[in-house]
Design a protein around this ligand. Sequence first.
Ligand SMILES: [Zn+2]
Length: 117
Amino acid sequence: MKRAKRPSRTRVREHTRELRRAINLMDFVASGTIHKRTKVCGRQNCRCATDPGARHGPYYEWSRRQDGRLVHSIITPAQAELFNHAIQNYREIQRLLGRWERETAKEVLNPGSQKDT
Ligand SMILES: [Zn+2]
């Protein structure tokens, strides 16, 4: 007798075990981008006014959306390194969540259609 399979949370858990493990290993997570900038100070007699190589900096800036607004923070080089790591983690989580969504959709729409691991 053939019985219709029902969507199974256990199967989704099995199919997403690796991606959940990968997320579990992450620490810092941040969205946005890091920019490295140099600046002119505006003083007429400063070298930066005429020599692009004498611009001040570099300064690092972290930009991200917060409550729908774009927010910028000046950060230290050490913080920039941490945020770069955090942003990589964020992008990886987005990618993994996409897989998780697809596993969920497959299981709910067509239960047990893929091989069990
Ligand atoms: Zn200057």
